[in-house]
Design a binder for this molecule. Sequence first.
Ligand code: 2P0
Length: 331
Amino acid sequence: MRWAVANANVALVKYWGKAPGCEHRPATTSVSVTLENLASAARVEYRPPGAADRVAWEPAGPTQELGRFVELGRSRLGIDRPLDVLVTSNFPVAAGLASSASAYAALSTALGSLAPEPPRTDRLAALARRGSGSACRSMLGGFVQWRPGDDAGAVTQLAPAEHWPLQVLVVVTSTLPKRVPSREGMHRTRATSPFFDAWLIATEQDLTAVREAVASRDLHLLGPAVERNALRMHATALGADPPLLYWEAATVAVIREVWRLREEDGVPAFFTVDAGPQVKVLCEPVDADRVALALASLPGVRRLLRSRPGGAPRLLPGPPAWAAPRHAHGS
Ligand code: 2P0
């Protein structure tokens, strides 16, 4: 039995649009930060020869997709036995917090540990990408870049987690499943939004600023580029037909409060929003309590999780502490 854990990630420059031909290759370069303590764990175990695979995604992930992914992983990695697979996460899966990224990264790492030849990270990232595009970014820790094109060198680390101990506050404004899955949203945007080509061009400009800001740990350069990029992603999605509006009223309330904190109180805090209603807020550790207090009391805010740059996936001898009570002896 093998266990692996991997962290979620949040994009600073978004992946929103696939290259034609697909297999979840991106149309543009994206940059993310891997998030400490927002993790998924995967357990893999051999089943008797001739048995069918057994696959579970708790509490309620798409197990059919996971089953197809296990088949793909087995053939790519040369694993010749049926498998018993369990995937679980330590954060609210239904809350649109990119649990698929950490889940597929954890599972790719666990499957890699069963391969007859230890696979390179590039290969595992290419496998994770087939589960969910953004999962390949969770295969590395810290600040990560994912480029279009060939698998070799597509995912690289811009800086390790220790380089910049930024705070990332995850503000949960809804616990309902997202209205339109990212995959469908990306496809619809590319096919119907008249703003999509402009989005591709604008991303290049944001990338330059974000890379430079990460290298120099400059929040005043990073923050505006991250906000701009998120708003442009949503602008192109709003231009789709039918339109994609991922925000709730509380999403807007959080955005306005972040702007107020900056403009009136002089607190450098900056937001980003993915394909859902939650808001992720970046700030310096010294400001985190104040920002958290201001945001947690807004109407419609249900929960606030605190994170910061985290590390790469790792293998464990047993379940992580948060999964141990239910899965200590397998199931
Ligand atoms: C990102 N998102 O860069 C962007 C921003 C959502 C908004 O990556 O179809 O679940 O599996 O490749 O990776 C979510 O998309 O989509 C995503 P697939 P994925 O984080």
